[in-house]
Design a protein around this ligand. Sequence first.
Ligand SMILES: Cc1cc2nc3c(=O)[nH]c(=O)nc-3n(C[C@H](O)[C@H](O)[C@H](O)COP(=O)(O)OP(=O)(O)OC[C@H]3O[C@@H](n4cnc5c(N)ncnc54)[C@H](O)[C@@H]3O)c2cc1C
Ligand code: FES
Length: 252
Amino acid sequence: MKYIKELSVTANEQLNEGCFLLKLKSDTALPEIFAGQFVNIQAKNVADRILRRPISIHDVDYSTNELSVVIQKVGKSTAELSKVKVNGTLSVIYPLGNSFPLNEANPLLIGGGVGAAPLYYLARQYNAKGIKPHVLIGARTEKQLFCTEKFKQVSHMHISTQDGSCGEKGLVTENSVIKEEFSSFITCGPQVMMKALAQKAKEKNIKCYVSLENRMACGIGACLCCVCQTKSDGNQCVCSEGAVFDADNLIW
Ligand SMILES: Cc1cc2nc3c(=O)[nH]c(=O)nc-3n(C[C@H](O)[C@H](O)[C@H](O)COP(=O)(O)OP(=O)(O)OC[C@H]3O[C@@H](n4cnc5c(N)ncnc54)[C@H](O)[C@@H]3O)c2cc1C
Ligand code: FES
């Protein structure tokens, strides 16, 4: 079941130069939410951005009925959302999309840039199953990393920065942890990064699950503007049949 509700903003924290974290509280119990699902948020006061914006769920707190999201300012809606005041409200549709696999024995979770956001809740969901996963985060520079202390509490953490300012210097695909044994890669970030990781997974003969960030409009499978092509099922709506796909099944 999907909900469309006005959620109260209970926190708006700047995480780094471009990213901020919003906590959104429901006045009723949250439904069960799985890592990899996303919300569609309406930014107010943006006349030429009438469409809601899809944003991954970063964490869920059932004890307070709050969900949190990490948003990077890239355009008008995200800039407007960055200014939202605590005690204000936002119209949110949730939870949307499918979810990351939760039955992997030893997955490596790999996030690039703001794509790291949903991996925090995924790591926590693995913790609940008694697994402390390895997480690899990549960014251009240390200044673009966020929530690293939180990630360290729930995972074995590895970092790559392109300028070497934190962790190993280089791309995530070059990080030494990639060479270790894993049951699968689960990844979210720029498509070029996810494609390179899918190739690495193929070489290691393991699965790679990717969370696609195609441009979306309706978010519920009605407008077909977000389709991707798959080998087994033809065209699929990323918003309703994804956003998580087995990379091996994608034609991309
Ligand atoms: C399933 C899903 C989950 C997402 N999760 C997050 C998240 O957790 N945090 C976050 O910050 N962003 C996330 N995004 C991306 C986010 O939806 C866009 O950045 C946002 O819609 C941009 O809106 P805007 O009005 O600010 O920018 P616009 O003015 O619409 O666009 C500004 C610039 O960003 C580019 N852009 C916009 N949307 C996307 C996109 N989907 N992929 C790549 N480039 C885009 C545009 O081409 C343009 O160059 C997610 C997208 C999807 C589909
Ligand atoms: S956004 Fe409309 S079908 Fe996916």
